[in-house]
Design a protein around this ligand. Sequence first.
Ligand code: HNI
Length: 142
Amino acid sequence: MSLTKSERTIILSMWGKISTQADTIGTEALERLFASYPQTKTYFPHFDLRPGSAQLRAHGSKVLAAVGDAVQSLEQVAGALARLSELHAYILRVDPVNFKLLSHCLLVTMAARFPADFTAEAHAAWDKFLSIVSSVLTEKYR
Ligand code: HNI
């Protein structure tokens, strides 16, 4: 699966806005994930998962930084995320279903923060991009 030129344009332009508040967007996405899908909390027994906690914010920032790395390498997402792919598959062993849930929470966060930009086209482009990111992070499971 690869992105069309217009999908890449949409992602890069929206990333320009997201990147100015990447930490808060990452944190909000995680807060939504843990609130709406509490089963995902089982991967973080060592974290303080209360909304706004320092660990949650630090983790939200790391996750969005990784999404940013993927945005900078839209033609080479697998290469950009190679180390994280190994980490999630071999060490963390996160069930792939959880990537859909986090992707959904990221989309909802973007829609809430950038309603004017979040057209159906932008939604579809980001959904496709996040599914590429998720495949990369789960491909080593096979
Ligand atoms: Ni994920 C650690 C990025 C999905 C559970 N994860 C990371 C780190 C990054 C990251 C970056 C930090 C690595 C490091 O410290 O070297 N994770 C991403 C991205 C996605 C994702 C880009 C999808 C878009 N991770 C998920 C999902 C889960 C998940 C869906 C489980 C629900 N991740 C973890 C756990 C850690 C982690 C657990 C380790 C946290 C820690 O610090 O102990």
